[in-house]
Ligand binder design. Structure first.
Ligand code: GDD
Length: 403
């Protein structure tokens, strides 16, 4: 892969947010074929090096009632070197969609020899494992993990940790282009390769999102939710650095990957607010504005933003869904301790102008979950061992690699 070296970054305390990096070539060849072509503008990453990073990566695919053909297309795009973890919250009644997903994935794996771990988010076994591990925060009154995309991602993160992976990446299961999925994962690997370190977050900015406008194809750059979210995050950063910036381009990037050390130490917001909250939590914890337990400013947290080349085409879930996402993402910023009153006023009036908040309504805070770093991984692993051993394409049961 050939990728642009970021030209700029913004720094707040130990957090570095790098400018958007362009991809010049998706595959730049093997190491032996590369004379040293790195310069101040472009980094060349050999195919073997990217492959090496992918082997240590788990890819978590959250699923809720997606068409089986779409899920299969996503699996087609995930490199065989990655462990795949599907966390489904699809209904089991009146039609058991989860059963259909398992069957279709198992069938697919017969042809690919892929290893796929597929679990149901509401499986009482998983809920009980969280309780045993001393992390009941994620559970509802029934003792099962709450519904929501973030909640599914947290299950996937823990399973990846148990399986001894170093990094975890997320791809949505409603992506129409397997080639785009493949590209995102290669870009996660590129981000980890370039940045190294134990605290790296790689986020993808879609090159474009095709739509039909006036009967022809139009390649829109920014979604409605991203526009609002990026603007507010940039205003927040500008307020604290004193310099206006537009560095944040991936405020609500569903396609992102983290080193597992970082994924275990951050806090999470529920549902779709999870992605902007990554920024908020890192800035609150490592930004040096408040005294925190992460006072060591040398432990740098790097946020790397990469612009993909494939268009992103996914299932359209409608206006109400986008409105809820806009409210959720802006709520994480509005209710942050870092948010000054002037920005709160701006967010409030933006939401009212857009019709996302009505007269008399206020912006409700989003539920957040504490970091999972104190969760007892051994107890969690013991609780879900049987599910892990049943993974599709698995070798005979093995001892889990609990670090
Ligand atoms: N496990 C699980 N549990 N998965 C879920 C749940 C749930 O409760 N709800 C949704 N999902 C899955 C969907 O099946 C899909 O694969 C993925 O999560 C994203 O959900 P969508 O509902 O399709 O979200 P979106 O496409 O509108 O938004 C995406 O892009 C945004 C950026 O524009 C998401 O990735 C957002 O998180 C992201 O901010």
């Amino acid at each position: 892969m050939r990728i642009e070296v970021p030209r700029e970054f913004e720094r707040l305390g130990a957090v570095r947010i790098y400018g958007l990096q362009k991809i010049y070539e998706l595959d730049a060849g093997a190491e032996a074929e590369m004379s040293d072509q790195n310069d101040a503008v472009v980094r060349s990453l050999p195919a073997e090096a990217l492959y090496g990073v992918q082997r240590e990566m788990a890819i978590v695919v959250p699923v809720k009632s997606e068409r089986l053909k779409l899920i299969e297309g996503v699996l087609v795009g995930i490199p065989n070197s990655c462990l795949v973890i599907v966390v489904s919250n699809s209904p089991r009644e009146p039609v058991d969609r989860f059963f259909l997903e398992q069957e279709s994935i198992a069938n697919f794996c017969r042809f690919t020899r892929k290893q796929v771990l597929i679990v149901h988010q509401r499986d009482p076994v998983i809920g009980a494992a969280f309780a045993a591990a001393g992390y009941p925060d994620l559970l509802d009154d029934t003792g099962c993990v709450r519904p929501g995309k973030a909640e599914g991602m947290m299950i996937g993160t823990l399973l990846a940790r148990m399986m001894g992976k170093r990094t975890v990446g997320f791809v949505d299961s409603d992506n129409y282009f397997p080639g785009a999925v493949n590209e995102y994962i290669r870009e996660y690997a590129a981000g980890f390769l370039i940045n190294g370190g134990e605290h790296t977050l790689v986020r993808i900015s879609w090159h474009s999102k095709p739509k039909i406008v006036e009967q022809s194809l139009y390649f829109a750059k920014w979604g409605r939710s991203s526009r609002h979210c990026n603007r507010a995050l940039n205003r927040l950063l500008s307020h604290h650095t004193g310099f206006e910036t537009d560095i944040v381009k991936t405020g609500n990037a569903g396609e992102h990957a983290l080193t597992l050390d970082l994924a275990m130490s951050i806090r999470y917001a529920a549902g779709y607010a999870v992605e902007p909250y990554h920024f908020i939590d890192l800035l609150e914890q490592y930004g040096g504005v408040f005294p925190t337990e992460h006072g060591d400013m040398r432990r740098m947290v790097r946020i790397c933003q990469i612009e993909s080349r494939n268009p992103h085409l996914h299932a359209d879930k409608g206006d109400d869904h986008v409105a809820a996402m806009i409210r959720g993402s802006l709520a994480t910023i509005y209710h942050s301790r870092l948010c000054p009153p002037s920005l709160q006023e701006e967010i409030d009036s933006e939401l009212r102008q857009g019709g996302y908040l009505q007269d008399g309504e206020t912006l409700a805070p989003v539920r957040t979950y504490p970091s999972m770093e104190h969760l007892d991984l051994g107890k969690f692993a013991a609780g879900v061992q049987a599910l892990v051993d049943r993974r599709v394409g698995a070798p005979p049961p093995m001892a889990l690699l609990v670090p």
